[in-house]
Design a protein. Structure first.
Length: 242
């Protein structure tokens, strides 16, 4: 499938343009930074893309303003008393000095305990906590895949978790590989399920066209509410988006 990528400057906006074998032009604005993306048929000219963007400038600005107003967590220093989220639930971090193996545990009273050496750096504490989040996320995915792959009639060859700054998930259709953003371990389980279904649906339809939307509507009718929930939750200090 031929796909062309480029960027255009339109009325002070940087617009990512993806041309591919589709019938209609699709324009989207994505959190958290309000990036603008256009998916366009191969034959559509730059001039036509510019006109489409200019015609939607008011809507684009409103979307960007909404994302700019979205609450963001302050930078995490990994010290006792900080708030951290585990699958949508807020926990208060307690750092416990320990001479043993570093470990993380959930405790009664919405407490997240990090047992680690007293002299461990913030970077070291961050790595330990992220590894714990990764394992929690990995533990949830097999059951979701077992549920949704038969329903959609698809099967992944591989899946994985990684830190991504521009997407909640990606799908390599040729390799049949799905990647999910580590940040989803902080979000509600319904958000994780929505992103997984979204990426699996791309194994059937690559683009966000009418066929793709019909698949989402049929298999996960409430997907728009889940997307709204995901995009309205407090963002990490780093810019995560989808």
């Amino acid at each position: 499938m031929n796909t062309e990528y480029r960027s255009l400057d339109v009325a002070g906006l940087t617009v990512a343009v993806e041309r591919k074998a589709i019938k209609n032009l699709h324009l989207g604005v994505y959190p958290p930074s309000g990036r603008v993306r256009v998916a366009a048929p191969l034959a559509v000219s730059d001039a036509a893309v510019r006109l489409a963007v200019i015609g939607k400038l008011g809507w684009i600005k409103r979307q960007q303003a909404r994302f700019a107003a979205q609450p963001r967590l302050s930078p995490r220093e990994l010290v006792s008393g900080e708030s951290h989220y585990v699958f949508g639930r807020r926990y208060r971090l307690r750092v416990v000095p320990s001479d043993g193996r570093a470990e993380v545990a959930l405790r009664p009273g919405s407490r997240l305990e990090l047992h680690i050496g007293a002299n461990a750096s913030a970077a070291r504490r961050q790595r330990v906590l992220q590894a714990w989040y990764r394992e929690r996320l990995k533990a949830r995915l097999p059951a979701l895949l077992e549920k949704w792959q038969p329903l959609l009639g698809v099967e992944t060859v591989a899946w994985g978790i990684k830190k991504m700054k521009t997407r909640w998930g990606t799908c390599n259709v040729e390799a049949r590989r799905v990647w999910l953003n580590l940040e989803l371990a902080h979000k509600a389980p319904a958000c994780l399920e929505y992103i997984l279904v979204h990426e699996l649906a791309h194994l059937i339809e690559r683009t966000h066209n009418d066929r793709f939307l019909a698949l989402m509507n049929r298999h996960l009718p409430q997907w728009r509410l889940r997307r709204q929930q995901l995009n309205s939750a407090p963002l990490a200090h780093e810019n995560w988006s989808y």
